[in-house]
Design a protein around this ligand. Structure first.
Ligand code: PGA
Length: 250
């Protein structure tokens, strides 16, 4: 099964000219990759131009965030519907950097439902801020899943990519141990089974947080994940190509 690699460009690059160059290089890398499918989440301002200029099938597009309502008086926001109209078929929801700005589980829940209603695929991010020895992180993740998936029909769960991305692994030098991720993947499925029944067993789970060409292979082999949410290694075309090449060796 191919790995799902989500390139979260965040607020990069600074110019349209550089965005085009980065996209072109990542397009080539994606088209050469045998073992990955690639989803690019550019800043929304670049989305329509990138997607309308792309004719291939290997890359899909994602929004990094969006408002659940289709239109309205929300200065500075863009809606899921507008993103879909610009050819985004996925949307990141509940990223730790949005949660830090005040996004709540209730906001996340509304966005997940709105995305599913539009037939967009939510990339639902969950994860604790910090980790201690107490095991409290499991309860944090359980509570996030309970609230954000509460109203999702069991049959719709297959259209959600749950991404475990704890805040303490984002933008760091080291990443999480694949064995701990394996444990977390099992736990996430168990929580979803408790909430929604057996379909929870087949959830696709991604991992995010300092993923690069050095740690991706072990995570795919031992972490029980279907793919990755990638920040820094996706804003540099060379790093991104190396990551896809590493995944090709699995
Ligand atoms: P990172 O970011 O790969 O730079 O740690 C990941 C993310 O925040 O999605």
């Amino acid at each position: 099964m191919k790995a799902i690699v989500v390139a979260n460009w965040k607020m990069n690059p600074a110019t349209w000219r550089d965005a085009k160059k980065l996209f072109e290089a990542e397009r080539k890398a994606a088209e050469g990759a045998k073992n990955s499918v690639v989803i690019i989440a550019p800043p929304a301002i670049y989305l329509r131009d990138l997607s309308s200029g792309y004719r291939g099938k290997k890359i899909s597009f994602a929004l990094q965030n969006a408002h659940a309502e289709a239109v309205g008086a929300h200065t500075g926001d863009i809606s899921l519907a507008q993103g879909k109209d610009a050819r985004a078929s996925y949307v990141l929801i509940g990223h730790a950097e949005r949660r830090e700005l005040g996004e709540t589980d209730d906001d996340v829940r509304k966005k997940v439902l709105a995305a599913l209603a539009l037939k967009m695929i939510p990339i639902l991010c969950v994860g604790e801020k910090e980790r201690t020895q107490s095991g409290a992180h499991f309860e944090v993740v359980r509570a996030q899943l309970r609230t954000t998936l509460a109203e999702v029909a069991p049959a719709a769960l297959k259209n959600i990519l749950v991404t475990y991305e704890p805040r303490w692994t984002i933008g760091k030098d080291t990443t999480m141990n694949p064995r701990e991720m394996h444990e977390m993947s099992i736990f996430i499925r168990k929580c979803i089974v408790e909430l929604s029944g057996d379909t929870g067993h087949s959830m696709k789970i991604l991992y995010g947080g300092s993923v690069d060409e050095k740690n991706a292979v072990a995570m795919l082999q031992h972490g029980d994940v279907r793919g990755f949410l990638v920040g820094r290694a996706s804003k540099n075309a060379l790093e991104f190509a190396k990551l896809l090449q590493a995944i090709d060796t699995v």
